[in-house]
Design a protein around this ligand. Structure first.
Ligand SMILES: [Zn+2]
Length: 229
């Protein structure tokens, strides 16, 4: 058999490697390879190159496992996200509810005395102090807090939420009569004597009564209003 050039053999090597050439060609290549180190090396190189795709496939298979893992993690993290979403929603709803309650219902604001009118201050026959309190700004009053300091000053502090409501009839604390019993042990802190009665705060108040002050006797109409027997 005539000597075949290395060029022809190298062209045929891929076919040989894939085992798709004729038996004659195969034989020819093998005979050449025995004698030619260069082509043998080329075949070895091909083997390595052709192996590579297998490794690539393996790598891709691994990558697809990674993708599966990512997707399963994604599904788990979706569950976590949902849980987080629920928790965040609960917190938000709580904050909004508290915010609403805080702004509209929690009585945190002192009503300034420049919108307070105290009138008809008088003494009932049983010693209780009668008065009429009216808030002139047209807004409702929600609460009156009681506090007494160490000097016997008793404060009735009108309180409102930050967002105040328009006063609606029937009027309550924002426009009504009330009376105060300075002898009431529940009012007297630690049984201490009440020496003065104020409507407002220690800083901003209207004096209703002070020890030694002579109040007019309440009218018969007022007496009847509080005559329960
Ligand atoms: Zn050769």
């Amino acid at each position: 058999m005539s000597k075949v050039s290395c060029e022809i053999i190298k062209d045929m090597l891929p076919l040989y490697y894939d085992d798709v050439c004729s038996d004659d060609s195969k034989k020819m290549v093998e005979e050449h390879l025995v004698e030619c180190h260069s082509c043998k090396t080329e075949l070895d190189r091909l083997k390595v190159e052709f192996k590579l795709p297998k490794e690539e496939i393996e790598k891709i298979r691994k990558d697809s496992n990674v993708i599966k893992k990512i997707s399963s993690f994604w599904n788990r993290s979706k569950v976590k996200s949902f849980a987080k979403g629920v928790i965040i929603s609960v917190i938000l709803v709580s904050l909004i509810s508290f915010g609403y309650y805080y702004l509209f219902h929690l009585n945190t604001v002192n009503v300034p005395t420049n919108v307070v009118e105290i009138s008809q201050v008088s003494q009932l026959s049983d010693g209780k102090i009668f008065y009429h309190a009216e808030l002139t700004d047209g807004y409702a009053l929600n609460e009156i807090a009681y506090d007494m300091d160490d000097n016997g000053n008793f404060y009735m502090t009108p309180l409102r939420p930050i967002i105040k409501k328009k006063a609606q009839p029937p009027y309550g604390l924002e426009n009504g009569y009330d009376f105060f019993d300075i002898e009431d042990q529940e009012m007297n802190r630690d049984g201490a004597e009440i020496k003065a009665l104020y409507y407002g705060t220690p800083e901003d108040n209207i004096l209703i009564w002070k020890k030694g002050m002579d109040l007019p006797q309440a009218s018969e109409e007022i007496e009847n209003m509080f005559h329960f027997e």
